[in-house]
Design a protein around this ligand. Structure first.
Ligand SMILES: *[C@@H]1O[C@H](CO)[C@@H](O)[C@H](O)[C@H]1NC(C)=O
Ligand SMILES: *[C@@H]1O[C@H](CO)[C@@H](O)[C@H](O)[C@H]1NC(C)=O
Ligand SMILES: *[C@@H]1O[C@H](CO)[C@@H](O)[C@H](O)[C@H]1NC(C)=O
Length: 485
């Protein structure tokens, strides 16, 4: 049974008041759901609500009515953000959100290219983290631009994937929460709206700005590594990640490591017959946990996290094998120097049977340009796709929301954050196309010479990726063109 809409329209405001719910962004229908949800028999009412909601979305209502019944839907920015967040896109499963976005951008007259991102490596990595993996070849990056000229002076870029687990999109008053609302669909939605608005106002045209949305940022950047094969370069690239609407001045590098200890199994009653791998591992871990690593004025201390320890099979068995995994966030110095420090620290314990391995994806501290007037600057501690994109472009890192909530179960931001970010991105694009010769360049110290090493790592990654079959699919004004590369 579907109650007539007029009944809902009549009842909703009364219910909003009855339950004293915030009426700002929460439409009466949402309020109705929240109010009724607290009553018994929630499941039936929930399905009733979804019927209303489906009906509401089908009806073409005049704007002034829509403002009231569906304030998020009435806003091009908020609805774009909502639609992106509602489609789950945990790393490896970016197909649905990518497909939706291709359609969105095509409808708005952008020329859209889909660049496939294959790679068993990515698949394994995602599976190892317990993520869901769709067919690897379903994954693609999206490049969108105005007109026919794919070579643009400026690029704005962010990522399609989010970390697990999925949290649904919710609006409470002015606050919007859910997985990806901040990292990085807040950046994506505001970048897209910024470019649309600049185009609508004829501030930009063909050859000025392209948008690149990549897969796999959260697990090592396989999407961005493949984006190097687009055959494009830019004067300026504006990366979107949560920076609290400030311009990031730099971020730490990363180095991951594994400590393996090899022992010999035996009955715990006869320890002399075995070698306890856990006991071998412990001194190394204590040494690493107490390690002092280089620091820098701008990025602070390098930090080392022992994130995972595994060893043994049962309480009454001498363990034959033990392993610990960790990651260093490098604030100063090179990954090579940090590796040396770690190797020496483990060696100094004097324990035999302990082996160190280092992850292939490592890079030193990353310098980011932050020379645009009118923005506060901030150093950040998280990794980004910046070191994965080749070229000597100027680079900015900016976006709404805080990294402090980004991977948590209370990921969220405010309507104001999103609106401010659209203004911020427009300003950055204008600056990129028409540099005012900004003053006060903040240079991150101890960064010199890191570029080469980063490139080296990326080249290696690229070679692996290039070994696999690649084809490029382009959508030009609704038409799909497939090209073998
Ligand atoms: C796209 O282009 C067509 C043809 O020029 C135009 O009629 C339409 O309004 C445009 N759509 C948007 C969203 O700009
Ligand atoms: C495309 O745009 C770029 C950058 O604005 C410009 O240098 C180039 O000449 C343009 N190419 C064509 C074919 O118009
Ligand atoms: C530490 O390094 C020295 C010199 O390379 C080597 O002889 C020694 O075996 C190492 N000790 C351990 C416990 O790895």
């Amino acid at each position: 049974m579907r109650p007539h809409l007029s009944v809902v329209a009549l009842l909703s405001p009364l219910l909003v008041h009855a339950f004293e719910l915030p009426a700002n962004l929460q439409s009466p229908l949402d309020s109705l759901k929240h109010g009724l949800g607290s009553l018994r028999d929630g499941a039936n009412l929930d399905s009733l609500y979804h019927n209303f909601d489906a009906l509401r979305q089908k009806l073409e209502m005049p704007a002034f009515v829509k403002q009231f019944t569906d304030p998020v839907g009435a806003s091009p920015l908020l609805s774009l953000h909502r639609d992106l967040v509602r489609i789950e896109s945990i790393t490896g499963n970016e197909n649905a959100v990518g497909t939706w976005l291709v359609e969105y951008l095509t409808k708005r007259n952008f020329t859209v290219e889909m660049q496939p991102v294959f790679g068993e490596k990515a698949k394994d990595k995602v599976a190892a983290r317990g993520g869901k993996v769709s067919v690897a070849s379903d994954r693609f990056n999206i490049l969108a631009y105005i007109g026919k000229n794919r070579t643009t002076r400026t690029l704005v870029s962010s990522h399609l994937d989010v970390v697990p687990p999925y949290w649904p999109y919710e609006v409470h008053g002015q606050k919007i929460s859910g997985r990806g609302t901040v990292d990085a669909k807040g950046s994506m939605a505001t970048q897209i709206r910024a470019v649309e608005e600049l185009w609508e106002n004829s501030e930009i045209g063909e050859g000025d700005v392209a948008m690149l949305f990549v897969v796999g940022e959260e697990t090592g950047g396989d999407g961005m590594v493949v984006a190097n094969n687009l055959g494009l370069s830019w004067e300026t690239v504006i990366f979107g990640e949560p920076t609290e609407l400030k311009l990031a001045s730099g971020h730490k590098g990363i180095l991951s490591f594994t400590v393996n200890a090899q022992g010999k199994a035996a009955h715990s009653g006869y320890p002399d017959l075995g070698i306890n791998a856990n006991s071998l591992l412990l001194p190394a871990l204590v040494a690493l946990d107490n390690l002092v690593l280089p620091s820098s004025k701008t990025l602070g201390d390098s930090t080392l996290n022992i994130g995972l320890i595994e060893g043994g099979v049962a309480a009454n068995v001498i363990p034959a094998f033990a392993q610990a995994r960790g990651m260093v966030r490098i604030a100063a110095g090179s990954p090579e120097e940090v590796k040396d420090t770690i190797v020496q620290a483990v060696n100094r314990t004097g324990v035999e049977g302990v082996k160190l391995e280092f992850g292939a994806e490592c890079y030193g501290p990353v310098h980011i340009d932050s020379d645009v007037e009118g923005f506060e600057t901030i150093p950040v501690s998280y990794g980004t796709d910046i070191p994965h994109l080749h070229g000597d472009h100027k680079r900015y890192l900016y976006g709404p929301g805080s990294i402090l909530v980004a991977h948590s179960d209370h990921e969220g931001l405010t309507v104001q954050d999103l609106q401010d970010a659209v203004r911020g991105y427009k300003k950055l694009v204008r600056e990129a196309l028409n540099p005012s010769g900004g003053k006060g360049v903040v240079v991150v110290e101890d960064v010199g010479g890191e570029g080469d090493r980063v490139e080296g790592e990326v080249e290696k990654e690229k070679d692996k990726v290039e070994g696999e079959q690649e084809e490029e699919v382009r959508v030009v004004e609704g038409e799909v063109i497939t090209e073998e590369l």
